[in-house]
Design a protein around this ligand. Structure first.
Ligand SMILES: [Ca+2]
Length: 337
């Protein structure tokens, strides 16, 4: 008997909110592979200020779409905190001055003007109003754009089918301060707005993403069918750059690889059997002198009403990478030589 569930499966509609970002780019490419395989439909990209400036994440997003043949997908420019951020508030030291391992010069140029592009919060509001209940937001940067949309139109985030966030660290060390993970720490007030907007936010914290070490060998496997294509070359070189900074900052206990934090969101969405989730109330520290951006779950033995999230606390990394690698292989095999 034919499997009727396959026949009726519609592609998952996604808005990717991203601050590329080396690991963002690997998540981005995974989405595009799933689009090519008709499992996903990428309705828009909203660039976020974070790893690098809003202008740079916009340009990077456009360049990735140009490189992969998806230049028609709309990109919103990130809402800026409008603060004079200190140099060390962003993450150029991890991702390169351009957020892409200093490889942006090797990619096709962005074709759209930053100053005339639609703002990310407007694009989110427009898309969610026209497609209520059907769009999944995959948020892999600081949550400034999502919060700006919610503040501008209260209730708008309820119109998303699901919101999946890479962020936070529970009962474990942060990666930007002793207690905070970068995306939440960068704008904890925005994170607060998003976690208050609905009671089913899906969270992929450092607890699982620290287990996702992508190695040079994996990159070589991914490109083997089409190794000289511009996309394959970009993937290998970006991987090399990210491994260099990851080792410098000792993020993998010396293992030569880098953490594909942001890709965990797609693991949840398309390969949910690779993760174990816990229901919880997530709270975010916005005031602490030392703990700004810390994410909390109450582990005491007492009644805890008002849960607002599903938090991933365990991942089957080999199974995750089996799927990640096969999907990236598919995208690169299909890319222009
Ligand atoms: Ca990111």
């Amino acid at each position: 008997m034919p499997d009727s569930s396959l026949a009726v499966a519609q592609p998952v509609k996604i808005i990717l909110d991203t601050d590329p970002g080396g690991d963002d780019i690997f998540a981005f490419l995974w989405v595009l592979s799933l689009v090519k395989q008709q499992h996903a439909s990428l309705v828009a990209v909203t660039a976020a200020e974070g790893n690098v400036t809003a202008r740079q994440t916009f340009t990077n997003s456009k360049q990735i779409l140009e490189l992969t043949g998806f230049a028609d997908i709309p990109v919103g420019r990130g809402v800026s905190l409008q603060q004079d951020l200190k140099g060390d508030s962003r993450a150029e030291h991890i991702h390169g001055a351009d957020g892409m391992g200093n490889l942006s010069q090797t990619l096709p140029p962005a074709t759209c003007d930053y100053s005339s592009a639609i703002q990310a919060d407007e694009l989110l509001i427009e898309q969610l109003n026209s497609n209520p209940g059907t769009i999944t937001i995959v948020a892999i940067g600081p949550l400034t754009n999502l919060a700006a949309a919610e503040i501008k139109q209260p209730g708008i985030l309820q119109k998303a089918k699901e919101i999946i966030v890479m962020g936070g660290a529970f009962y474990s060390a942060g990666n930007v301060t002793p207690t905070a993970e970068f995306n939440i720490w960068f704008n904890p007030e925005a994170a607060n707005v998003v976690f208050d907007s609905r009671d089913d936010i899906v969270v992929l914290p450092l607890n699982v993403t620290r287990k996702l070490v992508f190695t040079q060998d994996m990159a070589e496997t991914v490109i083997q069918s089409n190794p000289h294509s511009p996309l394959a070359q970009f993937v290998v070189q970006l991987c090399q750059f990210m491994i260099g900074t990851t080792l410098e900052y000792r993020e993998t206990s010396g293992e030569p690889g880098f953490l594909v934090h942001d890709a965990a969101t797609l693991g949840y969405l398309f390969y949910p059997d690779t993760l174990m989730m816990q229901r919880a109330r997530v709270q975010i520290e916005t005031q602490g002198e030392w703990t700004k951006g810390q994410t909390l779950i109450d582990a005491r033995q007492c009644a805890k009403p008002q849960s607002n999230a599903w938090v991933a606390l365990q991942v089957n990394a080999p199974s995750f990478f089996t799927n990640f690698i096969e999907d990236l292989k598919y995208l690169i095999a299909e890319s222009d030589s």
